[in-house]
Design a protein around this ligand. Structure first.
Ligand SMILES: [Zn+2]
Length: 426
């Protein structure tokens, strides 16, 4: 005899066309970021989908025309049973005019068992599978004792605060699953923080004074901010090498903890000595570190480099870390996320995966970053688990295997049902 849950899981095969249509519909909403500010229509669709299966909806603008959607389904025994957040982002990577797509990236096509379109792998596939799993559980009248909170957020591709705002608004649960691209591995992640390092001269000088500030007898205590920045860049390279040698985290190639001097701006024009230079850096750090720690290490090191330079000692660099958006204030933070393989949600998810796939799940670390770290920051145990692989995320002809979408959806049904019907730890 098949259990009711097994019957519902079997429906994913029977209703596969409906699942693929749902993903195709999500892809057809043009939500690339940048340019962003284009998700109201897609988010309204997600909100209506959730409403139809019994969720109450909270929808608010994070930015104009970029609303978050949170759907809540109260469990029948909320107080005693485990709650779950399922999180995904509705924005997709940008598409440039000159990209050689085989077909329109927002009119998905199916070829050789894959669905091709922008966001198929990252991560409208994860959203579609999770939504469809909840729909089948609802239509099958499966009782869920714990609360289920579904978050469809904006801005992930440009480091915006979609998920952070959900946490700040008070959405909390016993576990959060981020269904972003992981090729069905259970993953944690390192963190990323961007920062601006500024070297600034208090005074501005004419280009003709250069001799006076660099040669014997010139008598002018001044410097080019651009030339002084090169010392700090060398300092960053030393620290980066030191990190590569001394820090390690299982699952990462040594030296994945990089400091990238990504953008440099400086000087006014050719008739001036450069009185300001700004360096935009990207820092990758390991899951067991915080951005507070790594930025402090960078500041301490560069201030010592500055101490050893006569001019920088008097004109030390200043630092601005993070930001709320790569397109609004040129900065972002993705906090790191450590996954505890012994957490009972991770164990259950492993079991759900094995039931559907037969092979055991791989638990490792994401080569990229997701919104998962915000849950860690908010004190909510979390993991990443979603369909799609990184070869296809952000790529031309981005695609997702329909088989993987189907098996992900089945795993989600099993996981959500069993998690929600377990008692909270006393
Ligand atoms: Zn993603």
């Amino acid at each position: 005899m098949m259990s009711n849950l097994d019957k519902i899981i079997a429906q994913v095969d029977e209703r596969q066309d409906e699942l693929v249509d749902l993903l195709a519909t999500l892809i057809s909403f043009k939500t690339p970021a940048p340019p962003a500010r284009n998700t109201t229509e897609a988010q309204t669709y997600v909100a209506q989908f959730l409403e139809q299966i019994g969720f109450s909806i909270d929808m608010w603008d994070v930015y104009p025309n970029d609303p978050n959607v949170v759907g809540v389904q109260k469990g029948t025994k909320s107080d005693t049973h485990q709650s779950l957040i399922v999180n995904g982002h509705i924005d997709v990577a940008e598409v440039r005019e000159d990209e050689a797509w085989k077909s329109d990236p927002f009119q998905p096509v199916i070829q050789n068992g894959n669905i091709i379109g922008r966001g198929a792998a990252d991560m409208k596939g994860g959203l579609a599978g999770a939504l469809f799993a909840l729909k089948l559980l609802s239509e099958g009248d499966m009782t869920l004792a714990g609360d289920v909170i579904f978050q469809s957020v904006i801005g992930e591709e440009v480091g915006e605060a979609g998920t952070l705002q959900c946490c700040e608004r008070g959405y909390h649960a016993d576990f959060a699953l981020v269904v972003d691209t992981s090729d069905l591995h259970i993953q944690g992640q390192g963190g990323v923080i961007t920062g601006w390092i500024t070297v600034k001269s208090e005074k501005t000088y004419h280009d003709a004074t250069r001799r006076n500030m660099i040669h014997a007898g010139g008598g002018l205590f001044g410097a080019s901010a651009i030339e002084k920045m090169t010392k700090l860049i060398e300092g960053l390279q030393e620290l980066e090498r030191h990190w590569a040698i001394t820090k390690q985290y299982e699952g990462y190639q040594p030296g994945t903890n990089t400091i990238n001097p990504a953008v440099i701006e400086g000087g006014r024009h050719a008739a001036f000595i450069a009185d300001e230079c700004r360096l935009w850096i990207t820092v990758h750090y390991y899951p067991d570190e915080t951005y507070e720690q790594v930025t402090q290490e960078i500041e301490e090191h560069l201030l010592r480099v500055a101490e050893a330079d006569i001019w920088l000692r008097e004109n030390p660099p200043t630092f601005e870390w993070g930001g709320t958006s790569m397109i609004e204030d040129k900065g972002e933070i993705f906090p790191s996320l450590q996954v505890d393989p012994n957490h009972k949600a991770v164990k259950l998810l492993s079991k759900s995966h094995k039931k559907v796939h037969t092979d055991p799940v791989t638990i490792d670390v994401s080569p990229s970053v997701t919104d998962g770290g915000w849950f860690s920051e908010a004190g909510i145990p979390a993991a990443i688990y979603g369909p799609g692989d990184f070869l296809h995320a952000h790529a031309v002809n981005e695609q997702l295997s329909i088989d993987q979408l189907v098996s992900f959806t089945k795993t989600m049904i099993h996981f959500i049902y069993h998690w929600s019907n377990q008692k909270k730890r006393q």
